[in-house]
Design a protein around this ligand. Structure first.
Ligand SMILES: [Zn+2]
Length: 77
């Protein structure tokens, strides 16, 4: 009787691991879907070096990019 219970427990654990893996594999495309598709040009803030998508960046003088108006005001470091 205990042997059977152990066998069932092992099978259940194996199935849980299997389905857990399957769910983990299915989650990554969902995570990728959250990001906008297509390549987004990345720029780095001239002040703090933070990388951000170009549409979100604040453009400064000399073609520089900044993460915020505050850093544009502070200028390149
Ligand atoms: Zn910055």
């Amino acid at each position: 009787m205990i042997k059977w219970l152990l066998t069932i427990a092992i099978v259940v654990i194996a199935l849980m691991l299997w389905f857990g893996k399957g769910r983990g594999g299915g989650a990554s495309p969902g995570g990728a879907r959250r990001r906008p598709p297509g390549p987004q040009p990345m720029v780095s803030c001239a002040h703090c070096g933070l990388h951000l998508p170009q549409p979100d960046a604040v453009e400064g003088e000399g073609g520089r990019h900044y993460c915020s108006a505050e850093h544009r005001r502070l200028g390149p470091r």
